[in-house]
Write a protein that binds this ligand. Sequence first.
Ligand code: CP
Ligand code: NVA
Length: 299
Amino acid sequence: MSNVACLLEVDDLGSAGLTQVLRTACDSSPLKVLQDSGVALLFQKPSSRTRHSMEMAVMQLGGHPVSVIGAEVGIDERESAEDVARNLACYHAAIGVRVFDHTVVERMAAVSPVPVVNMLSDQAHPLQALADLLTIQQAFGQIAGCRIAYVGDPNNVSRSLAIAAVLAGGEFVVASPSDYCFNTNDLQRIAQSGAVPVVMEDPFEAVQGAQVVYTDVWVSMGQETDAVQKLAAFSNYMVTPELMAEAAPEAIFMHCLPARPGSEVNDEVLYGPQSRIWQQAENRMHTARGALSYLLKTP
Ligand code: CP
Ligand code: NVA
């Protein structure tokens, strides 16, 4: 690994860094740490929130974002992931990358002379977790002591959320069918951060007393071959008003988006009064700014 600060998973920040990112995210006149610099944003799969929030965050820090779709750069096709990183570092102060395979981000970070940010891999979505923590903090004043119940597919978003939640002093519970629970590797990776998620099958048990009920799509990008089997296995895991009624009275509903209304959540909850989905989406920009500021100021 090169010795520049990178953000491949949320615990790369440590708890002090996490606190600093959340604080900086709320700064209305941030230091222009990217003045006259570029940031390369590479996408091997589609994006709306990540591209727009990162581009705007770069602009707000005085920099210039250059977004590129995967095929144009051809990671490991036109040239190796390592050479893509080395090349982009000739022009840019940081590199953001959205990939199918997490090891590609690791390989880029290993050789890059500038910070590499994981903008979503099959393993992790640290930028989303940062926005989610800010949203929870805005709702309850603090994350410590909050019970965060994730109902659905244990995936990239939930791995990062588990790590982030526990790093910030919250409690993380996940409910999923037994055939789709976190595997041993996932649990070991999450445990490296000191986070020990509570894993169960019953969504109603998971949300008992929870301040946050969170879900994500049952079929993530790049995992479509599993779709039919998964949709059947998860049919009892839709977040509905009945499920929300078992959570704490002040509970909020969260989703990273894009959502599939009628699958993992119904319209009534997704667009209802407890939902914080648009605040989460906006917070993506604020926390992206906080994360970039942190990485670019850290030696
Ligand atoms: N939540 C999120 O990362 O959205 P996009 O896939 O649209 O970037
Ligand atoms: N788990 C989803 C998140 C999208 C932001 C996916 O990987 O497709």
